[in-house]
Design a protein around this ligand. Structure first.
Ligand code: AQP
Length: 332
């Protein structure tokens, strides 16, 4: 049994990409491993957030974890900012990270370009947030981190920072492995399939939100960009649009892509898209209902309180050891 940790930012309503690349895998993992799942609110504030919306998103995301099948009896579910050791370790690691290695992070380049394009300010937090992510992980001596493809580079940095700290201050942190699902690690935008589906995308047609009503999902899938070919085939290099839709279908139903291609031989995009829309609706609709029930019952606060206490116990032990090794605080 390995210890696993992952987190999702409460930076808006989640997309089908977040669900397929993250949540759906988390549910499988909790049956075989010791899991910690976080609502990473400290990460969310690396770009401007509305205070009230953020608070709402935090609880809604926590309820979504449970609605998707995260069982608080099996896994620890908590809000990152409620365990102060994350921010403390992040600072200590920041002092051991270099400007050069952080400048190479492609997510920073993408996200800062996006901020710049809307005239927004680029915070130092956005620049250094991969270090906070490293702190989140190594604080708990995690064995494995399940993430989407977009987080691979950050996980390499996490491993480098853990190894560097161990070399400099003596063995302290476990160096985690990364787990990237074979399928669904990068669900692409519906209208611009060369870029990934992101919850902060301004064009709502690019993304399927987990809160979208069934008819909106149907409309968005129907108008998803494909190409001028007529066959349903998987070719993620030359036919990105249809390949992305095939991947969504395959991951949700568990049917292999090859089998789907055979199933739709001789059929057109219209038939395929309307079947896919029903597959997505059937997956998401029950989750939406459960999320509303969980929020209405108020049980999410008890779950998050218990999760915070369990995470805190582990985090406090580690951060005390780290401070001692670095020489922080007073000797008694
Ligand atoms: N398109 C995607 N396909 C597969 N997996 C994805 N993930 C995100 N987008 C896709 C995975 O979802 C988890 C949580 O991501 P996050 O919200 O913490 O941050 P993110 O990767 O920045 O997600 P977004 O949707 O793109 O958010 P914004 O727009 O706020 O930046 C991670 O495991 C991620 O890999």
């Amino acid at each position: 049994m390995a210890r696993i940790l992952s987190g999702i930012q409460p930076s808006g309503v989640l997309t089908l990409g977040n669900y397929i690349g993250a949540l759906k895998n988390f549910v499988k993992l909790q049956n075989e491993h010791e899991c910690l799942f976080m609502v990473v609110d400290l990460h969310a504030i690396t770009v401007p957030q509305d205070r009230l919306a953020l608070r709402k998103n935090i609880k809604e995301l926590a309820a979504l974890y449970v609605a998707c099948g995260i069982d608080p009896q099996k896994s620890i579910l908590f809000v990152q900012s409620e365990v102060p050791a994350h921010a403390e370790l992040s600072w200590i690691l920041t002092c051991n990270a270099s400007m050069g290695e952080l400048s190479r992070m492609t997510q920073f380049k993408d996200k800062s370009a996006k901020q710049e394009s809307v005239g927004g300010h680029i915070s130092a937090g956005l620049f250094s947030y991969p270090v906070l992510m490293a702190a989140d992980v190594i604080l708990y001596d995690v064995d494995m981190v399940p993430v989407g493809d977009d987080q691979k580079q950050h996980m390499e940095l996490t491993r480098d920072l853990a190894e560097r700290f161990n070399a400099r201050f003596g063995e302290t942190f476990k160096v985690p492995e990364v787990y990237i699902p074979e399928q669904g690690a990068r669900i692409m935008s519906l209208q611009e399939p060369e870029k990934k589906m992101s919850k902060s995308d301004d064009n709502s047609k690019n993304i399927i939100l987990l809160t979208d009503p069934p008819n909106t999902i149907r409309k968005k899938i129907k108008s998803a960009i494909t190409d001028s070919e007529t066959t349903i085939a998987y070719d993620p290099v030359n036919r990105k649009g249809i390949s992305n839709l095939l991947e969504i279908y395959a991951v949700i139903t568990g049917e292999p892509i090859d089998a789907l291609v055979t199933k739709y031989e001789g059929k057109g995009y219209g038939d395929f898209k309307s079947d896919l829309a029903e597959v997505v609706v059937a997956e998401i609709e029950p989750i939406q209902q459960r999320q509303q029930e969980i929020l209405a019952s108020g049980e999410i606060d008890d779950i998050l309180d218990a999760g915070r206490d369990a995470a805190m116990k582990m985090a406090v032990r580690k951060i005390s050891k780290v401070k001692h090794k670095v020489g922080l605080g007073r000797k008694r």
